[in-house]
Design a protein around this ligand. Structure first.
Ligand code: AQP
Length: 345
């Protein structure tokens, strides 16, 4: 019989700059929903952020800004846990164990590393390469069972499952001998659902919307004001055809597909619902409706984020409290892992 684990949600967001509509629809909206059905732990993953260079003062600001975004979007840090990764040392400790479990061949297959390292592979940090092992440690430090993420994180989640599986197998006898049954780590389920699991750049339907894109017109930031949102939607790349009436008509039209997906996700509808309403019409009409909807949804979030970051002491107190509660769980896991591996402690 497969071992059963208490359902627990874990996910993280990097404090690496402007949070955008992709982070919001691909991840944070799901974080908020899951609070109604699960215990949730949401982490500002600052150790991940420094796998590429971060200006220290900007990093501090970004950690507080991501925390503010979580709260402004509706995450409750009292009922659930919100904290920053570097305050819970077990993440780094467990990541080392996983460095010794994961195989080089597994990491060599990671497409995000290939994309981020590009041609300059010799010159990127070792941390960027080992990033997926740290991500596995983030999840497994809490023995989390469900991980809401955007489509781009799917491969890393599969690696986290492979690491759990190999740890459970390699240490099977020790796991049983220490009274943990057949498996110590659950195989976490990725939660990647809905019409906007991969929001694309507004300038290029083949590229993911991303914080690091040089063009600010490629993304809608959570802190953009109404004018900026409206202008970015108006300038978003489209094609000359009217909108199709059926979803099949979005195939090979990446920009149209992206905008329809964004509208559907913001409205909590399906793409097919959106095409029932706008199919056959011109993009100009649809873009006006999309801009209005985006302003209505994101405007209050941006305003609340700006208000919250005015009080860094309040945000830091939330992170400290969350870190304390996260540490209590992660310390239990790490203690058990040390027993299982055979360390004296
Ligand atoms: N475009 C996207 N569409 C849907 N989901 C997305 N996510 C990111 N971009 C999109 C999801 O947001 C969560 C947090 O992401 P992250 O900040 O940890 O890392 P990232 O994927 O590296 O973000 P960026 O914007 O793409 O940063 P850069 O430019 O530095 O590479 C994750 O669940 C992610 O899937």
């Amino acid at each position: 019989m497969a071992p059963s684990f208490k359902p627990l949600v874990f996910s993280g967001v990097q404090p690496t700059g402007n949070l955008h509509l992709g982070n919001y629809l691909g991840a944070i909206v799901k974080f908020v929903e899951l609070q109604n059905s699960h215990d949730c732990i949401y982490c500002v993953v600052d150790l991940h952020a420094i796998t590429v260079w971060q200006d220290p003062a900007e990093l501090t600001k970004s950690i507080r800004e991501v925390t503010a975004a979580f709260i402004a979007c509706g995450i409750d840090p009292k009922k659930h846990i919100v904290f920053n990764q570097s305050q819970v040392h077990e993440h780094a400790e467990l990541a080392w164990i996983f460095n010794c479990v994961a195989r080089l061949g597994w990491l060599n297959r990671m497409t995000q590393f290939k994309e981020k390292a590009g041609k300059d592979r010799e010159n990127v940090s070792v941390g960027l390469y080992a990033y997926p092992n740290l991500m596995a440690a983030d999840i497994h430090a809490y023995r989390a069972t469900h991980v809401p993420v955007g489509e781009d994180q799917k491969q890393h989640l599969e690696l986290a499952r492979d690491i759990a599986q190999k740890f459970n197998t390699d240490f099977g006898a020790s796991i049983a001998a220490h009274g943990f049954g057949e498996a110590f780590f659950p195989l976490p389920e990725p939660l990647i659902q809905g019409p906007a699991t991969r929001v694309m750049s507004l300038r290029d339907g083949a590229k993911k919307m991303s914080k690091s894109d040089a063009s600010d017109y490629s993304r809608i930031n959570l802190t953009d004001d109404a004018d900026a949102i409206a202008q970015k939607v108006r300038k978003a790349k489209t094609d000359p055809e009217p909108l199709p009436s059926e979803e099949k008509g979005l195939e090979k039209r990446p920009e149209a597909d992206n905008l329809v997906g964004i509208y559907a996700a913001l409205h909590n509808k399906t793409k097919s619902d959106v095409l029932n309403e706008f199919g056959g019409g011109q993009f100009s009409t649809f873009k006006t409706a999309l801009a209005d909807l985006a302003v209505a949804k994101l405007g209050p979030i941006g305003a609340e984020m700006k208000r919250l970051v005015q009080d860094p002491a309040h945000i830091d107190a939330i992170l400290r409290d969350g870190s304390r509660r996260a540490s209590a769980i992660a310390a239990e896991t790490m203690k058990a892992v040390k027993d299982i591996v055979g360390f004296v402690h």
